[in-house]
Design a protein around this ligand. Structure first.
Ligand code: BMA
Length: 358
């Protein structure tokens, strides 16, 4: 209830400072930008979970179910999705989520006052290798520098642009969403990673994408840049495509190694978010903790003891944890009913700073 009250007050404040005319002239992306900015100004943080309402720990594809809902009574305020395989004309994404269902859930999340964000674990358009195939270090170079590569990349982008344009409310208004392409590029586990392409070629992935989306008239996307752990601004900004291409400065940092890994996680998440927050502030952008988590929640009070202090020190609009796989029992990042981390997660949910939605 309290969370709904917060959203209602925020909405009323926004409505009172913005005339109806000015509001309707804002693009869906700019409306979402305002929402995220006011979240940060109010010192709140939206909680997010990947694929939350379509499957969870040991269940899949039921409607209305969610591990976060089952443990807290509310849905995550941010639903995270992945578009991988849309570019192949597949009806399901790389983790088996039907795109038709994803679109329905995006609408449902918007209707309950929540937000949607998308990543893209795509297949290499020229050789059809998945995102994790790093044996060929010329993939990006061919994609952005050869006529065949650019044409094939644009064919993929046409499909993504059409997908984003199709995200509409019942009244026909487009739904503002976040898109976070080419993520974790400061590591080298995806074929667009740091050791697999030049800085210039990485930036071209963004510029070609943006030109394509602009040609399609996509006006409902905020762009998130999300490096993996980086302890200096120099590393973080090395491949930043430019202020005109980015709205949200993120960080993808996971907690590995259980309790032994706590110190390293807190250090790396803090140093990366220090940079994201400082760069966002100096550029008029929004900072976010775009991906994190402690797999299996081997630390039962991880949410309140480890994560909450980090986000308390870093003004981020949202924090997103990765998925609760239905077919890999140890691969989950939010607790499910009966898990030892459940009561701590309820406490995290009840903290006055965290936002979930009904
Ligand atoms: C990884 C794992 C994989 C999944 C991929 C894309 O972190 O969760 O099982 O296929 O993300 O969602």
């Amino acid at each position: 209830m309290k969370k709904i009250a917060i959203i209602a007050v925020a909405a009323a404040t926004l409505a009172s400072c913005t005339s109806k005319k000015a509001e309707s002239s804002l693009s869906p992306a700019d409306q979402l930008r305002q929402r995220l900015e006011s979240t940060v100004n109010d010192k709140k943080v939206l909680f997010g979970h990947h694929d939350d309402p379509v499957y969870g720990h040991e269940w899949a594809w039921e409607e209305g179910r969610s591990d976060v809902l089952a443990t807290t009574g509310e849905y995550p305020a941010v639903m995270s999705w992945d578009l991988g395989a849309l570019e192949l004309d597949s009806v399901k994404n790389l983790d088996g989520v039907p795109f038709v269902r994803m679109i329905a859930e995006v609408k449902a999340q918007d209707a309950r006052g929540g937000i949607n964000t998308f990543s893209w674990h795509l297949w290499d358009p020229l050789t059809n290798l998945d995102s994790w195939q790093t044996g060929d270090s010329l993939v990006v170079s061919r994609m952005v520098n050869t006529p065949e590569g650019i044409a094939t990349y644009n064919t993929q982008l046409d499909k993504l642009a059409d997908f984003f344009l199709s995200l509409k409310r019942d009244n026909g208004e487009r739904i503002g969403v976040i898109f976070r392409p080419w993520h974790e590029h400061t590591g080298s586990w995806f074929w667009w990673g740091r050791n697999l392409c030049s800085t210039d070629d990485y930036k071209k992935l963004w510029t070609i994408m943006r030109e394509n989306f602009d040609r399609h008239g996509v006006d409902n996307v905020l762009w998130a840049y999300s490096p993996d752990r980086c302890d200096t601004a120099e590393k973080y900004m090395e491949r930043y495509p430019g202020d005109e291409y980015v709205d949200i400065l993120g960080a993808d940092v996971y907690h590995f190694g259980g309790e032994d890994g706590t110190e390293g996680y807190v250090r790396d998440a803090s140093s990366t978010l220090d940079v994201a927050v400082a760069e966002a502030a100096s550029r008029g952008k929004i900072a976010a903790f775009t991906e994190t988590g402690c797999e299996s929640l081997v630390i039962p009070d991880w949410y309140t003891r480890v994560l909450l202090p980090i986000i308390g020190k870093h003004p981020v609009a949202y924090v997103t944890v990765w998925r609760n796989a239905h077919d890999k029992p140890q691969h989950f990042y939010a607790p499910y009913p009966g898990h030892p981390a459940e009561s701590d997660f309820k406490e995290f949910h009840n903290n006055p700073t965290t936002i979930f939605v009904k």
